[in-house]
Design a protein around this ligand. Structure first.
Ligand SMILES: Nc1ncnc2c1ncn2[C@@H]1O[C@H](COP(=O)(O)OP(=O)(O)O)[C@@H](O)[C@H]1O
Ligand SMILES: [Mg+2]
Length: 228
């Protein structure tokens, strides 16, 4: 089962040469296990900052994140790294597949990095089939469209059975048809693979695609609601 994520009064300030900048100004929200949450906001609203804190890549200045009731920010560096590697999967705006490896090799490489040793080829084929690329398994990245490459990146992110997927503007470089398709795929994966997904976007057209919408504006939650 995916994880329950609780964000409690999180702030994040950055020290800059021009003084302190408050980027997150007190964020509180809860994301239920096995659901997909869309985190929407304009460029500069704080989406990446919040996602990095949830993914334990960064620390809040105050407040806390609880994952299944546990605070990742009080763990030591090794425990955090292990949690990130085993329980989380990341998808980014720019797809970074290894150009010299085909689709299945890219997925298997990521599984090795996550410490998986058994049945790699079977699971790699399975996740590529989940993302609709059964007929592209031996294609090289340069032989695939942007949307297909992003789907390989999604297969790679779910292969090690993470409980949480954090996807930072994964559709920003895709045309609107492909962006909708990739977003639907995330929703399907949250249900079928039992993963909790947070996807950020600046695109208002994708707002309704998840189970939950959180809108960020200047570091605050503007409105949040659940659509069924
Ligand atoms: N390391 C940093 N130092 C200073 N300011 C930062 C840093 N990271 C992000 N910011 C600022 O925080 C704001 C929000 O950034 P970000 O979270 O990347 O927004 P988004 O992902 O919504 O576009 C921006 O104004 C950005 O310049
Ligand atoms: Mg961003």
């Amino acid at each position: 089962m995916g994880s329950l994520i609780e964000v409690k009064n999180v702030t994040r300030d950055f020290q800059t040469p021009g003084g302190k900048v408050s980027v997150l100004k007190g964020i509180t929200c809860t994301i239920q296990p096995d659901t997909m949450c869309i985190l929407r906001g304009k460029s500069g609203s704080g989406k990446t900052t919040l996602l990095n804190i949830i993914g334990a890549l960064d620390d809040p200045s105050s407040g806390q994140i609880l994952i299944d009731g546990k605070s990742s920010h009080s763990m030591n560096a090794i425990a955090r790294e292990n949690m990130r590697r085993r329980q989380m999967g990341f998808v980014f705006q720019s797809v970074s597949l290894i150009p010299s490896m085909n689709a299945i090799q890219n997925v298997e490489f990521a599984m090795r990095m996550a410490g998986i040793k058994e049945d790699m080829d079977k699971r790699a084929a399975e996740v590529l089939s989940i993302v609709g690329l059964s007929n592209r398994m031996t294609h090289m990245p340069q032989e695939m469209s942007g949307g297909e490459q992003q789907r390989v990146a999604i297969a790679r992110a779910i292969a090690h059975h993470p409980r949480i997927i954090l996807a930072d503007e994964p559709t920003a470089e895709l045309d609107s048809g492909m962006a909708t398709e990739v977003t639907r795929l995330f929703k399907q994966i949250s249900e079928e693979e039992h993963v909790t997904i947070i996807m950020t976007t600046h695109d208002v057209g994708l707002m309704g695609a998840g189970d939950q919408l959180i809108e960020l504006k200047d570091g605050r939650i503007e409105g949040s609601g659940e659509d069924v």
